[in-house]
Design a protein. Structure first.
Length: 168
């Protein structure tokens, strides 16, 4: 997955709209489904927990289906890109101990994956205005750059391919 710059204002606006729409859909949909089920199948004991739970589950599945169906819509472009980037970074994070160990030994693929992780994290943190941890990331990037320099390697996030993670 290539790292691209996205319009932060558009991303935040669209993300906020999607979140609000999902919350409203979950609240209204869950209540509508559970109240319909309670009206159709009343419980003499007065406990309707199972119908309420079913309403939440069904509505959650419907919201997930709708989000998946419209993931290719222009309105969702930035949101889906960030979701996919987070997924890619999570795969790297799960392998980070092995990557760091291999990187200390000069493994170019490991260093490239770590570099991509740092570049992707920087992009996400800038989108979310998470500037507090940027200094820590800069220190880690400097350490990574010194290891790459030690082994005469040039790190370019554009060359990253998820397939290299299979080696770790």
């Amino acid at each position: 997955m290539k790292l691209i710059q996205i319009d932060k204002a558009r991303y935040r606006k669209h993300l906020n709209h999607v979140i609000v729409a999902c919350v409203i859909a979950l609240a209204v949909g869950s209540l509508a489904i559970s109240q319909t089920l309670i009206a159709l199948f009343p419980d003499p004991s007065g406990s309707h927990f199972h119908w309420n739970l079913l309403g939440v589950v069904v509505c959650s599945l419907l919201v997930g289906f709708v989000l998946n169906k419209y993931r290719n819509h222009d309105y969702m472009t930035e949101i889906v890109y960030v979701w996919e980037l987070k997924k890619a970074l999570n795969k790297i994070t799960r392998k980070m101990p092995k990557l760091k160990a291999a990187g200390r030994e000069g493994n170019a693929d490991a260093l490239l994956a770590i570099h991509y992780s740092y570049a992707g994290s920087r992009l996400l943190w800038q989108l979310d205005d998470n500037t507090i941890t940027m200094d820590e990331l800069a220190i880690k990037q400097a350490e990574l750059d010194s290891v790459a320099e030690k082994y005469n390697l040039s790190l370019d996030a554009e060359r990253y391919d998820e397939a290299i993670l299979k080696n770790f």
